[in-house]
Design a binder for this molecule. Structure first.
Ligand SMILES: [Zn+2]
Length: 301
């Protein structure tokens, strides 16, 4: 299975709620558990300015590339330095590469990405680049696919992505999130704002109500799935109550509904802030296990 990873995704961000070491821990656990071979991971290059400019403004891209601390970059709630910037550039090109690969082999995973709070002209909420939007624009530009369905299952609303595609009939944005939480909401094509402490059953029933219908009516050429780990019951920033088992069921549901209709899936990790980082790692590793299972089913039949 196509899976991207780079050690350079790790950067020192000081004492922070964002567990940036999760990427390496996921990579290591995938190898340790025999889910992926060390040689199987593809290292993405840094995304180039030209690609960022498909979505982001000139002023913002200049601030980011030149590491300037301005009103545009400072809303990231992260420090800004070369290694941190590069982590986002790698995460962004990983999403571009995963989209291209999913079109060839049904499913691909970027062990990064899902930076859905970044807007065209500013960073926000631990997100410097909107990798989903950049990858969609790049994939469209290359003529590989036109219609995208963004299934954003991070605990937080995908405000940046919703804003970017607000008037775009070729991109359907779906966000299922905790209503009473960050950020200030933008309008997605479909928002499911959940009350606090919703658990597995209600969460998955919302997916069952909407996902098949959107797939059948909108007929996307690709699903970009943000498999956020933060709807987890023991998340520090979240207030939903899904279990590790429930999140696994969610992942399998999104992937199988899409793939059974012949629609490829690109998977991005997005957020995850469990009190115990091992839990966040387990949730993301389970997403990769589900993806690998699907990859085998759809590429070997
Ligand atoms: Zn989140």
């Amino acid at each position: 299975m196509f899976i991207t990873y780079s050690d350079k995704i790790y950067a020192d961000i000081g004492f922070h709620v964002f567990p940036i070491k999760k990427y390496r821990l996921i990579h290591d656990r995938l190898i340790k558990e025999g889910i992926a071979e060390p040689g199987e991971f593809i290292e993405p290059p840094l995304a180039i300015e030209e690609d960022l400019l498909l979505v982001h403004t000139k002023e913002y891209v200049r601030d980011l590339m030149e590491l300037r601390w301005t009103e545009r970059t400072s809303r990231s709630e992260l420090p800004l330095g070369r290694k941190i910037r590069d982590s986002y550039l790698i995460g962004t090109s990983g999403t571009i590469m995963a989209c291209a690969e999913a079109l060839k082999s049904h499913i691909a995973v970027n062990l990064s990405g899902g930076f859905h709070h970044a807007f065209p002209d500013h960073a926000e909420g631990f997100c410097y680049t909107n990798d989903t939007a950049v990858a969609i624009r790049k994939t469209q530009q290359e003529g590989l696919a036109r219609k995208f369905f963004v299934v954003d299952c991070d605990l937080h609303q995908g405000n940046g992505t919703a804003y970017i595609f607000r008037d775009d009939p070729d991109v359907f944005t779906f966000s299922i999130h905790q209503e009473n939480n960050y950020p200030i909401k933008q309008k997605s094509d479909l928002d499911i704002g959940l009350p606090d402490r919703v658990g597995n059953e209600i969460y998955i029933s919302h997916l069952q109500t909407h996902i098949p219908e959107i797939l059948d009516k909108f007929k996307p050429e690709m699903v970009i799935y943000l498999a956020g780990a933060d709807p987890y019951e023991k998340d520090q920033l979240g207030g939903l109550s899904l279990t590790i088992e429930g999140l696994k069921e969610r992942d399998e549901y999104i992937m199988s509904e899409s793939l059974e209709r012949g629609i490829p899936v690109t998977i991005l990790l997005a957020g995850g802030y469990a009190y115990n980082t091992d839990d966040t790692v387990s949730i993301h590793v389970n997403t990769c296990i589900a993806a690998k299972k699907m990859w085998s089913m759809f590429n070997e039949s």
